[in-house]
Write a protein that binds this ligand. Structure first.
Ligand code: GAL
Length: 641
């Protein structure tokens, strides 16, 4: 009897492979076996992921998408068929000068031999395979993202800090913590509500609990302070929910936590869900969600629906698991778009072709090193990832985590189980007892400076997202995507590019020095302006206040004034740092930052150039938007030319 589908694709000697979605445990996929299954607790490097994506790219400059909603196993080269070993040259014995520079894994996994990718889909009666041409890996990824519909454009406020509050809080406590954050001077754009905001949380009623007697008033008060609302939920619908009865015919065979599982592949389910969300949430000020538990559970009690279950749309549970994260995102996104609201939300699961959805992945895994790799890996497959911050093992750990996060797609302080901000006390028990750390004011000051730095970079990050939308170029990506021909970049999973000009090399607690790889070209230390020659590893001192950040030669870096929130008009005051001759120029996008009008063309493109001889900056604005534009106040030459 036939066992599903098997596809083999050739793999050249020396090709390195990346992708397969949010593979948190490894970067280079060549030589591995990965069974892509959606999972909430992906602790092993076997393919389980919050967001597995059957798409991989090669340093040879192409990408492959296997368009299936089935569990699928990739053997990414390194298998030998009977008779193949005889007479094969072993790469281990090759000692060419170039080979000296190659990462060890290159030899261990026999990357130097031609091989094949074997794609095994045990339950399928057919498959579509798309091959995306390059010529470079970066372009193959761009084509994949454009094929998906182009990258998402977050709301401007979404790029600021989101602080998720303690799950037990009531309306007054939420407002009090928002006021406390404002008083501390720490920039914050959104306040998040955890399960306790609903009359029933696991599963969800989607209805405000008595603890929130006047959500409109709460939203209005937050809004006066320039803060939006984000709400936690999952889709499992509790019997007490007003939509439970009407949803029933459009939900799956099994419940989860005594709640219905809506079948988001059905227009009826989406409409019921969305009408209610629009009325109860969006109309009351909610601008984003944290969509929880849309992944699956194998190692955490098995709480989700079975693979063998049926959905009224015709999907079975396996297919539904593969698609659930993306279907849920698209349902919520539709709701916002119908209200002409642009969101930037969170989701715990995603999948293939997800680039257009303005959702960022998060996880309960809390390993900083793993979180750093997540930023790099997400970029190969049209995904975004946040290395969120909750509590921490120490002040040092907290600051190091925040440093990674401010240079990532999403700044989430997920204080869902601590009553006070982590900068007052990192230890959970003490925090909840209101016992603050002795030097907490100093810690808060350091954290504030980091969040302020994020605010300064937002116009730059926003432009990088705009390019993501237009060209598919991931705003956050591993170095190998820009320098695939440089073997040093192949295995670097703890540095990334933010936009085209900024190289970030995060630090974890315990490190006081780190090696940073600077690819070919000239780079400037963001903190000191010191010029460094690339194509080499440099040892960098990493005092607690600093995370290594390097700027590419020729960059014009527009930095905003640090404000308390993105809506402050002063957030549009820009100072441009000129690195070297500034010949790379820069682009800024002006629009309202919060509606979908930008997609109808309501925006301005502001082009920045620099004349290094006359030492003047040139600003050119084109477009139809009437919003208050950027005010380019100053141009500052950095380092020697
Ligand atoms: C988890 C989620 C956390 C938090 C918690 C609340 O599943 O990952 O971020 O929201 O639920 O119960």
């Amino acid at each position: 009897m036939r066992r599903g589908y098997v596809v083999t694709l050739p793999l050249g000697a020396g090709e390195i492979l990346y992708g397969l979605g949010l593979q948190l445990m490894s970067l280079m996929q060549r030589g591995t076996k990965k069974t892509l299954r959606v999972n909430a607790d992906p602790r092993h490097d076997a393919g389980d992921s919050h967001a597995p994506v059957p798409f991989y790219v090669s340093t040879q400059g192409y990408g492959v998408l296997v368009d299936t909603a089935r569990y699928i196993t990739f053997y990414m080269g390194g298998r030998t068929r009977r008779g193949e070993s005889a007479g094969k040259l072993s790469v281990e014995t090759t000692s060419t000068p170039a080979a000296q520079n190659l990462p060890q894994a290159y030899f261990r996994r026999r990357f130097g031999e031609s091989s094949e990718v074997i794609i095994d889909v045990p339950h399928a009666s057919g498959l579509d395979i798309y091959v995306f041409a390059g010529p470079s890996m970066r372009e193959a990824v761009q084509r994949y993202n454009l094929f998906s519909g182009g990258g998402c454009l977050p709301s401007l406020a979404g790029l600021g800090m989101l602080y998720h509050t303690d799950s037990s809080f009531n309306q007054d406590q939420v407002l009090a913590i928002a006021a406390d954050i404002r008083a501390s001077g720490i920039p914050c754009d959104s306040i998040g509500l955890e399960p306790g905001w609903q009359s029933h949380g696991y599963s969800c009623s989607f209805t405000w609990s008595d603890k929130f007697p006047d959500p409109e008033q709460m939203a209005a008060k937050l809004s006066v302070n320039g803060m939006e609302l984000n709400a936690w939920e999952h889709s499992f619908t509790h019997p007490s929910s007003p939509i439970h009865k009407v949803l029933e015919p459009y939900s799956a065979e099994f419940e989860v936590w005594n709640g219905l599982v809506p079948d988001f592949a059905l227009a009826e389910a989406r409409k019921i869900y969305n009408d209610f969300h629009a009325k109860e949430h969006a109309a009351r000020g909610i601008r984003g969600y944290k969509l929880d538990e849309c992944d699956n559970s194998d190692y955490t009690g098995g709480w989700s629906f079975p693979e063998c279950s049926e959905f009224p749309s015709g999907m079975d549970g396996e297919q539904a698991h593969c698609l659930y994260g993306v279907l849920y995102q698209s349902t919520i996104e539709d709701m916002f778009v119908q209200q002409n609201i642009r969101t930037y939300s969170l989701a715990r699961s995603s999948g293939a072709l997800a680039a257009p959805y303005p959702f960022v992945l998060y996880s309960d895994l809390y390993d900083h090193r793993v979180f750093i790799r997540g930023v790099v890996n997400a970029g190969f497959s049209g995904l975004l990832w946040t290395p969120e911050v909750r509590d921490a093992a120490s002040e040092e750990d907290l600051l190091r985590r925040i440093q990674s996060m401010i240079f990532s797609p999403f700044v989430l302080v997920n204080a869902w189980y601590i009553k006070h901000p982590p900068w007052k006390q990192v230890r959970t028990e003490e925090n909840n007892a209101g016992r603050f750390a002795a030097g907490w004011r100093e810690t808060a000051r350091k954290c504030r400076e980091l969040f302020e730095l994020r605010m300064r970079f937002i116009p730059y990050i926003y432009s990088a997202f705009f390019r993501y939308r237009e060209t598919g170029l991931p705003p956050f990506r591993g170095l190998v995507m820009d320098w695939p021909e440089d073997p040093q970049c192949w295995s670097i999973d703890d540095q990334w590019m933010m936009g085209d000009s900024i190289l970030v090399a995060p630090v974890v607690a315990g490190q006081n020095k780190r090696k940073v790889y600077l690819p070919s070209g000239v780079w400037y230390d963001f903190w000191t302006g010191e010029k460094r020659t690339g194509h080499q590893w440099v040892a960098v001192d990493v005092p607690l206040e600093r995370v290594p950040v390097f700027v590419k030669d020729g960059t014009l870096l527009p930095l905003a004034q640090a404000t308390l929130h993105t809506g402050d008009p002063q957030a549009r005051d820009i100072e441009v740092s000129v690195y070297g001759d500034g010949s790379q120029g820069a682009m800024l996008i002006e629009d309202d930052g919060k509606t979908c009008n930008v997609f109808k063309g309501e925006y301005n493109r502001v082009t920045l150039r620099y004349d290094p001889v006359r030492r003047i900056g040139l600003v050119n604005r084109s477009g139809t938007s009437k919003v208050q534009g950027y005010n380019i106040r100053d141009w500052r030459e950095i380092g020697s030319r």
